[in-house]
Design a protein. Sequence first.
Lengths: 240, 723
Amino acid sequence: MTLAEFFSCSLLAFGAPIVMFAMTVATDPVRIIIMIAAAFGWLLSFLLSSLVWYAVVPLRSYLIFGMIFAIIFQELFRYGMYLLLRKTEAGLKEISENHEIGSNKLEMAYVSGLGFGTMSGAFALVNVLADSIGPGTLGLSGGTEYFFVTSSAMTLCMILLNTFWSIIFFSGFDEKNYLKILWVIISHFFVSFLSLLNSRELYAASILPSYIVLMITSYIAFRCAGGSSKTFIQSFSARS
Amino acid sequence: MSLKNIYLLVTIILLIFKGYSCERLHELIYSSIEGSAACFRRLNGTHQTGCSTSDKGAVGVVHFVQDHDDVLWLATNASAGPYMAVVSTSKFGLVEFLIDHPTNIAGVLTYENASDIPSFFTHDTRCPNEFSSADGNQCSSSKEGGVVWNEKGTGLLKREIPFPIFFIPESRYEEIEKISHCFGRFNYDKNNQRGRSLCSIQLNSFMFAAINTEVCMRRSATSTIVTTTKVCDPLGDQNVYYSLFPRTKESKKQSITLVTARIDSASLFDGVSPGAASSVVGLVTLISAAAALAQLIPVSKSNLYDTNILWTLFNGEAFDYIGSQRVAYDIKRGVWPPNAPLAPTDVKLHVEIGQIGGSLSDYVNENIWPLNAFVPTLAPSTINDGENDIQIFLKQLSNAYNMTIPGIFNGSLPPSSIHSFRRILSNVTETGEMLEMLLVDHKETFTNVFYNSALDNSDKIAYAYKNISMINNVTFISTAELIADGLMKETDTQVKISRLATALAHALYQRVVGEAYTGNITVSAHLVDEMLYCFLKNETCKLLSAAEFGGNEGPREGAGPAPLYVGVTSWNTVAPVFAGHLLALLTGTQLSLNKSQCETKPESGYTRLWLKGWNHSGVCIETTMNFSQALSPAFIISDYDFKSGTYSTWTESVWQTMWARVFVSASGGSACVAAATGAVSTLIAALLTFWLRRHSSLIFVDPPSATIVVDDAASGILRSVNC
């Protein structure tokens, strides 16, 4: 039964990102490169935050301390990706066979965010998935088997959030609109702190607000990229 | 924000969310069951016996089995997949039903409960070692009638069991309590178990060997280029022998009296084979009698007498008499004992100390211990004259024991090492040249109802350690003094064993010297008390600390007694080494040599050992004690036919690890929810992405414009490079 658990939770957490990858990123080599580079950037940020956690020995058992530093480093590396992409934009356009690249400035932001998110999701969930295969599930020392579903749901939320945060972040820096950047950072802290409630098994209290934040963030990202609810509805009736 | 404010913020946050410790998810899911002993696989020439699981182990839902209704429910009505039956040793008979209906059973977990001791618990066959018994044996598992020695035996030790069985000893009862709590929380509602999270157990005891000894030895011998993968090992260990007078090839022909006992025990479970009533009582009797006789007749008088006593401890007797078959085979070939071999005609009398421990708990409040002697050799016509050598010896023994030991002349011989001698040395045993006598405490069926089992411990022989300190750390207090001082009573097990050992020593003295013993040297019950403690309670004890090799480091961490299971040939167990060194210490001569001098070649007929000694400073002992290999002749004869049944062919499977753990199994609800939401979210994402891509020009009407400045320099460089 728990092999089914493994596959279902993997589908829940990584199904949507993989579909997005397959449809938008996999067709273009430059986008793949950027996505991998962004994933690597996230890895570096995580490495640094783990070094900090390891160095500060007395605070090791306080998850929240490590979490704060992880968020700070992630946002710093997101900014680093922003600088990198803006500097190398010209070169990328040259080597790309896709002449449409860069037509929407935030295209790179989306790809980079997807890479960031996928790597963060993988790190968050792979250990949990490995334990979900075994014959046992949570219950003996507290918790229920729904832990795996909620972990996967939170992971999906974080992956998508990371994608949209990158879009908003890049857009904010391009337009020098510091409200957008503040939204990214504050909502990142908010969602991460919410996940701390999971250890008290208040799963509803952590997932629902996170998905509400996801909805809001996705709408903001949509607006940043130039879309609006009017044009979206019009696309249904237009015949092109 | 100033630094001070940041610190304040961090402190506040820490105070609110303090102590969210990270725990490994694995530790939250699984709880390991420690201290368990598993049933493992042994093979003989024609069958495989015991238990095994698949490579990944066996998983089953916990169900506590209390009575027959429970097993019936498990076999017929239970619906939530294979079950793991948890049953107390007092209800172990229910496992028989599970073995007959194994389809819904993944395994059995059995536990020992001090407040619920079973009235019997033995898993050897009803006729132990039936197929290695001599002719005239009336105990048969297939035919009706006749005498049945091990009446309560289930035979599980020598049968194939379709699922794993693990044993939890009394010291680990908290594991059962843990499982019981888990069961109470999750599995209580028997009728609604499908589709719920249930408390489950996983047992792993994967065995590499299969089919029978012939096949697994062939597989073990096939070597690949680099390594040989062994899948089974023959059972075997060491026999211990000690002669009263030294024997060399040149010394004159003496008539030998062989006095033997078994040293090993067996059980279904790995590492748990206490063997108190099955072996230890006989072992201790033999060692103390040998020690007393060495005092009665010092070695210096060896050339005065024609008779020599050869005390031997056989190992592996539980498995078709491995040790005694090998000794009999070696005597036939003329190679045992290795330094001064016997001829079969040299041995005039063979006295075996058999099953004597079972009745000690029956006579716990009385100071008698009735024994019987089975004598298989005599033809009926010679019985009545009473002039026969063996009847004389029996009379001497009865006199010394202060109680008549009746001789049983026409009964079927109980399981004992004598069977090996009667089969292999039939030339001398059937003609009466080698007389045989078996000392037991029963007549028709064993008094020991825990024969060769995991529960055959010190309680079953009414033994309690007295912990009396030695005089000057060297001398043992005599039995008479102990009783006079009130430290022991006449009804104590230690006193009874010391009386029997004294009787044996005095009777053998009379046999050697020709006159009855009139002195007052007896076996001390204090010595017996210490010996029983060493073999039954804790191997870190006074006697064994003095008897171990002088070079060993300080006392081991006593983790209980050394198990008496014979084990595999390639790994010698400690029990025979203990027994041998103890014999050396108690009977040998102390030489005033230092360690390096002690290692020089001794006089012929002796070995020299550097032991710790009573004051732990090292002492050189010269002794006639030695060890010989107890490996069945089947494994040393080339091209032996393993199906012939002539010799013991027992082997033990190789295994890597055996463990057990308890956890809660999933109900599947979580997987369903995850699958449903996963499919929905993937579908929505796919549709949205597709739609946004297809109509991106319509939707993203006002994109942030590209501000990419095409830098000609850069493009020039790139165009000139060939990628």
